[in-house]
Design a protein around this ligand. Structure first.
Ligand code: PGA
Length: 264
């Protein structure tokens, strides 16, 4: 069986000034340690990428962006290139987040171009997928996520696919306190793995890290992470407060310590 590391990523969305972000990281750094089995990251506003990347240099926190343009450079007022994010110190980028898909009308083809551009400049893409409330009610979840995965990962080589992470975030569960039940999230991530196996290979599908996101809190994180196909979490609201973000991280550390205790 493939053992994939656990990935805990905070998504700050449009929150935090430079001062607020730096203070958060300073305290976070005091509380976390590097681990082979857990990867911690924060997807932050563009304005804080550089200062935070400098602050975490050599430490066990990854700093990433929440969006980028699909072009390498040019006359695109107000946009930002992947190479600029990379140069500022970002290591990963969220692509296709539902707020981008629905508020800014990003479609699968654009997200696919962004993904290729991210890989081209050396940023790890986290492809976000998920169905709306209406699609969920119409029992079209599997069909929607299969399409988003197939189109989003279109024309990628096997090697490129292995560098992508997937975040399944049902739109109806984002930002409202109503997380998907662990069993439901597991079922959908299993569909994701099977879909990737169908157009790539079983090996690729077993290697790719798959995250769940949507109203993750310290009270539901543990049960979600118990699911076999959930390798990590994309945490919005609960990543804004150090207390709740750390509660999720510390629960994970406690689990590692417990399993190490069992092994010794
Ligand atoms: P939430 O956001 O945890 O506040 O629901 C998750 C996300 O949008 O990535």
């Amino acid at each position: 069986m493939t053992s994939r590391p656990c990935v805990l990523i905070g998504n700050w969305k449009m929150h935090k000034t430079v001062e607020e972000a730096r203070a958060f990281i300073e305290q976070l750094l005091d509380s976390i340690h590097s681990s082979d089995t857990t990867c911690i990251g924060l997807a932050v506003p563009f304005t804080v990428i550089y200062p935070l990347a400098e602050q975490v240099k050599g430490k066990a926190i990854l700093i990433g962006a929440q969006n980028m343009n699909d072009a390498s450079e040019g006359a695109f007022t107000g946009e930002i290139a992947g190479s600029m994010l990379k140069n500022a110190g970002a290591q990963f980028v969220l692509l296709g987040h539902s707020e981008r898909r629905h508020l800014y009308h990003e479609d699968d083809a654009l997200i696919n171009r962004k993904l290729k551009q991210a890989l081209h400049v050396g940023l790890q893409p986290i492809l976000c997928i998920g169905e709306t409330q209406k699609e969920y009610a119409e029992k079209r979840t599997a069909e929607v996520i299969q399409r988003q995965l197939t189109e989003g990962l279109k024309e990628l080589s096997i090697e490129q696919m292995k560098q992508v992470m997937i975040a399944y975030e049902p739109v109806w569960a984002i930002g409202n306190g109503h997380s998907a039940a662990p069993f439901t999230a597991q079922e959908m991530l299993s569909v994701c793995r099977k879909t990737i196996a169908s157009f790539a290979s079983e090996e690729v599908s077993q290697q790719i890290a798959m995250l769940y996101g949507g109203s993750v809190t310290p009270s539901n994180a543990h049960d979600l992470l118990e699911q076999p196909d959930i390798d990590g979490l994309l945490i919005g609201g609960a990543s804004l407060s150090l207390e709740s973000f750390l509660a999720i991280v510390n629960d994970r550390y406690a689990k590692i310590r417990a399993s190490q205790g069992e092994m010794s």
